[in-house]
Design a protein around this ligand. Structure first.
Ligand code: AMP
Ligand code: MG
Length: 530
């Protein structure tokens, strides 16, 4: 019987409608006047399936048997091309850590093509870690198991949390060894190679536009913007100045929404360079990302960013604005008016603030945001969360249990939150008084809404996850996978499918980061080496 993968309907519009690199071969080069280069994945010796995401497989009508077939592993390791696949690497540039870095491009990502599924949706499949491309610069085009597990699990975890993100279909090991110096400390090690198949409507980034603007290629810039609008924003109508502005406004709105969602779940991207900003407002490129254990707006998991902490949790909204500014500069030649672009950027800030305030109110189980009382309540909340190390995820789940219908004593109130504190012994009387005073303010505010406790708990637990991909959990799964045991990768995937459910049998994965993980590599510190 013909394999299902050979029956997918490919419609590779990106490469059919946009200009290709005229030079062939994989040697590193500047690719001008083109949006992509045709490349083929590099074959690997002994690919093995580690995990696949069934919900993503379902987007392609692939069954469990299809995904467990040898052919599936061969295709998503880069050894075979299914019918209709036309692999290519995209050309883009980017601002890295605030500086223009010139051409970057898919140095280790290879798009396989765009599938039109049964629902009429367009999904691009992309291998990450499948070998050299003309954009690999001095690197090897490969990815290691450690970073691939992180990308695979987090893509799916974010999706199930309701955060806009690229998806992950599969994770395979290649049977090859890859050299990495994890902390750039002169200690190169051999690690297992791996490939993730990512899936998204498009992998176009802010940097995809910036590169043509930087090269003064306004015609190609216009072509790519037109393509993006026709393909991914068709409701905006025919390309033209008005449409370009409507489009930019929509990109601002989508980006604001994505960042609000990151702040809701405590996700820190770690490398918000403009080449890592999706034009569709999807979380993209899971590198040295991390999850807040204790709430700390200054925290970044990325050791490369340790000095200035540009991409720290609390700075993500500002950085997204800065990145949108770069995109505005890039498309300016198509618009040639500063004011409407600035208006859109202002709208980004306002949209973010409004949406953020509503989001925090939802986390608190409150109805509409009332500026007169709720601004202060939210500001004070952020203050009490940093008085002593407080686990953000646990705090909100426990807050949902606090009764606003029964009069609780101070001690009873504190007892409810106990599990969220990393150092209960640091809860001095003064600190407790501040927490209790906030709780009393909060209870009074809930009572104004007249929401009963049961209902409020339901509301809160539907936006405050119980399970997130805590950094140490990902690392435990990686440690096992590196020993050839994929069980925890698959168990985590399963638990993270229902992050808002209690799942009492998995309670240990909802608990505070254990002490040993505080300083362990991979659990609290990550580098860009992947
Ligand atoms: P990132 O920091 O992962 O967003 O990557 C920045 C740029 O470096 C992108 O153009 C990547 O494709 C490229 N890159 C990162 N790692 C590798 C690698 N191992 N081989 C080739 N290119 C890479
Ligand atoms: Mg990247």
């Amino acid at each position: 019987m013909q394999n299902k993968l050979d029956q997918l309907q490919f419609d590779n519009r990106f490469i059919h409608e946009l200009p290709a690199d005229q030079t062939s071969g994989l040697h590193p080069r500047q690719v001008e006047g083109a949006c992509y280069s045709a490349v083929t994945p590099t074959p690997v010796t002994a690919p093995q399936l580690v995990a696949y995401a069934k919900e993503v497989a379902e987007l392609f009508d692939l069954s469990e048997d299809d995904c467990k077939s040898d052919y599936f592993t061969q295709v998503f390791a880069g050894n075979k091309l299914a019918k209709g696949m036309q692999p290519y690497a995209m050309c883009y540039g980017g601002h890295q850590f605030g500086n223009w870095a010139g051409q970057l491009g898919d140095g280790r990502a290879i798009n396989l093509g765009e599938v039109l599924n049964q629902q009429g949706e367009r999904w691009t499949m992309q291998l990450k870690g499948a070998g050299l491309t003309p954009y690999s610069r001095t690197a090897d085009g490969l990815a290691v198991l450690r970073s691939s597990v992180r990308e695979f699990l987090c893509s799916e975890a974010m999706h199930h949390l309701g955060v806009p993100t690229t998806r992950a279909l599969s994770l395979v090991t290649t049977g090859e060894q890859v050299v990495r110096d994890m902390f750039y400390s002169g200690n190169p090690q051999l690690e297992k190679g791996a490939v993730v198949c990512r899936v998204a409507p498009s992998f176009i980034r802010f940097g995809s536009f910036e590169i043509h603007a930087a090269r003064n290629n306004v015609d190609l810039l216009r072509e790519l913007v037109g393509y993006t609008i026709r393909t991914h924003f068709p409701h905006l109508g025919r390309p033209g100045v008005t449409t370009y502005l409507a489009w930019f406004n929509e990109v601002c709105a989508k980006t604001a929404e994505m960042i609000v969602q990151w702040q809701r779940v405590g996700f820190v991207h770690g490398v918000m360079n403009t080449d890592n900003m999706s034009i569709l407002g999807l979380t993209i490129d899971y590198g040295p990302y991390g999850w807040l254990d204790n709430y700390d707006p200054d925290w970044t998991p990325n050791t490369t960013d340790r000095e200035y902490r540009r991409y720290r949790f609390g700075n993500q909204p500002q950085i997204a604005g800065w990145n949108l500014n770069q995109l505005a500069n890039a498309i300016y030649p198509l618009i040639e008016q500063v004011e409407p672009l600035q208006d859109a950027l202002r709208l980004y800030s306002q949209t973010f603030i409004d949406s953020y305030q509503n989001m925090i109110n939802e986390k608190l189980g409150l109805q509409v945001f009332k500026p007169a009382t709720d601004k202060q309540l939210q500001d004070d909340l952020l203050k009490i969360l940093v008085l002593t190390e407080t686990d953000m995820t646990i705090f909100y789940r426990k807050l949902a249990n606090i009764s606003t219908e029964i009069d609780l004593t101070d001690a009873q109130l504190m007892a409810e939150l106990q599990a969220a504190y990393y150092h209960p012994e640091q809860l001095t009387e003064a600190i407790e008084m501040q927490i209790i005073s906030w709780l009393r303010q909060y209870i009074a505010r809930v009572q104004q809404d007249k929401t009963d406790d049961m209902r409020r708990k339901q509301m809160m637990n539907s936006v405050n996850p119980k399970y997130v991909l805590r950094n140490y959990l990902a690392q435990l799964a990686i440690d096992k996978a590196e020993q050839g045991d994929n069980s925890m990768v698959n168990e985590l995937l399963e638990v993270l499918r229902h992050p808002y459910d209690e799942q009492p049998e998995h309670q240990t994965w909802a608990e505070k980061r254990p002490d040993w993980a505080r300083t362990k590599a991979g659990c609290s510190m990550l580098s860009c080496s992947s």
